[in-house]
Design a protein around this ligand. Structure first.
Ligand SMILES: [Zn+2]
Length: 388
């Protein structure tokens, strides 16, 4: 007899079971370097929100790729159950499911009363815990993976790292406790999709759910994508409203001219950029800011002014990847950075002087942060300058 089973009851010995599940994560298809095998991973959960990993291999992927959709409900049956192959510290379940052409997969309509409600279960690691775990890891750092729900407070265009012969894109992300990390995206597909979207939505402070990310000891502690990382922008989890509230309650304050205001600076060896969201970091003196590690964020309280010799408040950038050009007339280009034919668009970028009792420093302010400060959009600024 066929029996309804819960995910927590599944074992390789279970037979003729059927289970109502919802797909809450889809990763891939990815090519495994070791095995030369393509696979597609999913996370399935049941009514109790117990979770299990599902895998589709090789030739079976096309059969599933177009049929499985995030947050849809499926009855599944005839799926082999095997011991978990996870090499990571915390597997979702002792077992995992292998999907092939002999499976039964029955999709429920989204509006079906029997469809499972939107998920609520997230196993997130607070940024302070990630920091501790990465700093004090005694085992292989590669075995650690974390899920985070975070606000993207800044996002940079992708850049090429000659020394590693690789592209990367960096985000500054903040958790609900207002701790921040630099999060480096190495994955081409993620850069092309989520990375580009984040650049375009940056002024809205998008929220991301990133699953299976790694920690790195580069730049103090930073976050990094792994081969199986997924990033979802604006995930349907209620927890994001808390995060949004935490942002709204504290940010977007007016920057009164010549008054002391808190800023968060991101330090890099080449340039510094300013974020006006107060993060929960100790306020430090500008004189001590020089000694901060690369890529770190820290807060300062400073008087802000414009350098007297500054003539330009904007740059023109590729509308696809954000690469700036040394040219000030809007035109169509073939971008040297991403290779695409795109229009140049104006983006706010200028320097400001920051001064406190200990000293002063110059920092770069860009994009929507700059517009906020100038209270004009970059486009308006360009029109004003050119008297268009
Ligand atoms: Zn480009």
């Amino acid at each position: 007899m066929e029996q309804n089973i819960r995910i927590c009851e599944l074992t390789p010995q279970s037979s003729d079971w059927i289970c109502k599940t919802q797909i809450v994560d889809i990763c891939g298809p990815t090519e495994s370097k070791e095995k030369k095998l393509n696979y597609l991973n999913m996370i399935l959960q049941d009514k109790e929100e117990d979770q299990i990993k599902g895998i589709v291999y090789g030739d079976d992927i096309p059969c599933y790729q177009d049929r499985i959709k995030l947050y849809h409900t499926y009855y599944i049956a005839g799926t082999p159950v095997q011991p978990s192959s996870s090499k990571y510290e915390k597997a979702l379940h002792a077992f995992e499911l292998v999907f092939d052409k002999k499976n039964v997969l029955l999709e429920l309509d989204e509006n079906d009363v029997d469809a499972l409600p939107l998920p609520t279960k997230l196993t997130l690691t607070p940024f302070t815990d990630i920091k501790q775990q990465v700093l004090h890891a005694t085992t292989d750092l590669n075995k650690k993976e974390f899920d985070i729900l975070a606000i993207v407070v800044n996002c940079f265009p992708r850049r090429y790292l000659m020394s590693m012969n690789k592209w990367l894109q960096e985000l500054i992300v903040m958790d609900i406790f207002k701790h921040t990390f630099t999060f480096t995206i190495w994955d081409q597909t993620i850069m092309d999709n989520q990375g580009n979207k984040l650049l375009q939505q940056l002024h809205e402070y998008p929220i991301i759910l990133a699953r299976r990310i790694g920690g790195s000891r580069y730049n103090g502690v930073s976050l990094t994508t792994k081969f199986n990382t997924t990033i979802l922008i604006d995930p349907p989890y209620g927890q994001k409203h808390q995060l949004r509230a935490c942002l709204l309650g504290n940010s977007l304050q007016d920057h009164g001219e010549q008054t002391n205001t808190s800023f968060t600076l991101r330090s890099t060896s080449k340039s510094r950029t300013l974020i006006s969201i107060p993060v929960d970091e100790e306020v430090i003196l500008i004189a001590n800011a020089e000694s901060q590690e690369d890529g770190q964020t820290f807060s300062i309280e400073a008087k802000i002014s414009f350098p007297p010799d500054q003539k330009k408040y904007y740059v023109l950038v590729c509308s696809n990847c954000g690469q700036d050009v040394r040219y000030s007339i809007i035109m169509q280009i073939q971008c040297m950075n991403c290779g695409q034919h795109r229009m140049l668009i104006p983006m706010c970028r200028f320097n400001v002087n920051l001064e406190d009792s200990s000293g002063s420093t110059t920092t770069m302010i860009m994009n929507k942060e700059g517009e906020k400060l100038l209270s004009l959009t970059a486009e308006l600024l360009l029109r004003t300058i050119f008297h268009l």
